[in-house]
Design a protein around this ligand. Structure first.
Ligand code: NAP
Ligand code: 3JN
Length: 340
């Protein structure tokens, strides 16, 4: 391991996998060899890593022999089958899917929030859902200072969260609209162009969607506080990159707007953009391409005691997925948590 790690990227041809490759390059992660894995459909395709063409290989049970680290983003069913195989062969998995997030034996980690949870990993670590990640990064300093009782959140999620095919769908709908052609929909149940769809993941018996329940369950696990209440409404909007969130947080004690600002100004991974009179507030267009979580529109929620409202924006494919995963790998390396 002296020269670097043997790293596998599972789902390398996808929106998140592609970004993982880019983030490994950008952050000069010590990679001695890289294996790019996807389905049989992509075998033989070439992707670039550090200026060199690398063949995409079909993911098989033998893919992890000799690998030190695998970053997974090929969906929960692929993770359920292959992450335990990788882990049993001594390869540490950072998994971007929901497959293991709620498994009590699997740490669910956001580096700015709960890096200590990595200590007890058993070769599989889960990356939270993108909407959860940016929310907990911004709320962590408030939670540490006075505690969080309840969160009411509405998200405005970019199409890239659905994957490469949804990016293409929005592009195609834009082109069709300009050309006066019929707008086709394959990925979403309704036209996404000029629309908002309050529907992310499947609907459950309680009326919430899977995405909304992920925000509740993951927030409790990351903050290690099952008493926190979260009521989420998740909405898909015609934005390519960057999820936005309106968050009303009811705290356990008083915090002034000024105190919240001070806390967030020094919070790890947070950038405050909060000068509404100059039309300055976080925007997905500005957050795209950044690894920071942007926070603004901070104000008192007058409808509840100890209430604060804020607007939180981050690049869902970077901080919400690829960058968070690589940051986890960096801690594993730094803290000597890779060789088990
Ligand atoms: P995507 O653009 O559709 O890419 C899917 C990737 O998975 C492709 O590389 C695809 O390979 C690969 N894949 C699909 N079936 C496979 C199989 N049977 N064996 C091997 N590889 C297979 O999707 P994405 O947006 O990158 O998301 C991928 C997954 O990452 C999601 O399903 C989700 O679990 C996770 N994700 C997490 C977050 C988060 O919030 N942290 C955000 C987005 C996504 P081919 O090109 O060969 O089909
Ligand atoms: O829709 C988004 O903006 C984020 C999507 C995440 C996602 C999409 C398909 C399957 C997930 C996830 O990360 O929770 C999954 C999944 O792994 O279940």
């Amino acid at each position: 391991m002296a020269e670097g790690l043997n790293v596998a990227v599972v789902g390398a041809t996808g929106a998140v996998g592609n970004m993982m490759i880019k983030v490994l390059e950008e952050r000069s992660f010590p990679v001695s060899s890289i294996k790019l894995l996807a389905s049989k459909r992509s075998a033989g395709k070439k992707l670039s890593f550090r200026g060199k063409a690398v063949d995409v290989q079909e993911l098989t049970e033998d893919s992890f022999d000799g690998m030190d680290l695998a970053l997974f983003s090929a969906g929960a069913s692929v993770s359920r089958k292959f992450a335990p195989i990788a882990a049993s062969r001594g390869c540490v998995v950072v998994d971007n899917s929901s497959a293991f997030r709620m498994d009590p034996n699997v740490p669910l980690v956001v580096p700015e929030v709960n890096p200590k949870a990595l200590k007890n990993h058993k070769n599989i670590i889960a990356n939270p859902n993108c909407s959860t990640i940016q929310m907990v990064v911004a709320l962590k300093p408030l939670h540490d200072r006075v505690g969080i009782k309840r969160i009411v959140v509405t998200t405005f999620q970019a199409v890239s969260g659905t994957g490469q095919k949804a990016i293409v769908e929005l592009e195609e709908q834009v082109k069709a609209w300009f050309q006066g052609k019929p707008i086709e929909k394959k990925v979403y149940p309704h036209q996404i162009l000029f629309n908002c769809l309050p529907h992310i993941g499947s609907f459950l018996d309680n009326g919430f969607t899977e995405e909304e329940m992920k925000m509740l369950n993951e927030t409790r696990k990351i903050f290690d506080d099952p008493s926190i209440e979260v009521c989420a409404t998740t909405v898909r909007v015609p934005v390519f990159y960057g999820h936005s969130e309106s968050v009303n947080v009811e705290l356990k004690g008083p915090l002034s707007v000024e105190e919240v600002r001070e806390l967030l100004e020094s919070a790890e991974g947070v950038r405050m953009v909060d000068n509404p009179s100059a039309a300055q507030y976080p925007l997905p267009i500005d957050a795209a391409g950044s690894d920071l979580t942007f926070v603004g529109r901070i104000r008192k929620d007058p409808s509840v005691e100890n209430g604060i409202v804020m607007w939180i924006v981050a690049d869902n494919i970077r901080k919400g997925a690829a960058t968070n995963a690589v940051q986890i790998a960096e801690i594993l390396l730094r803290e000597n948590l890779l060789k088990k």
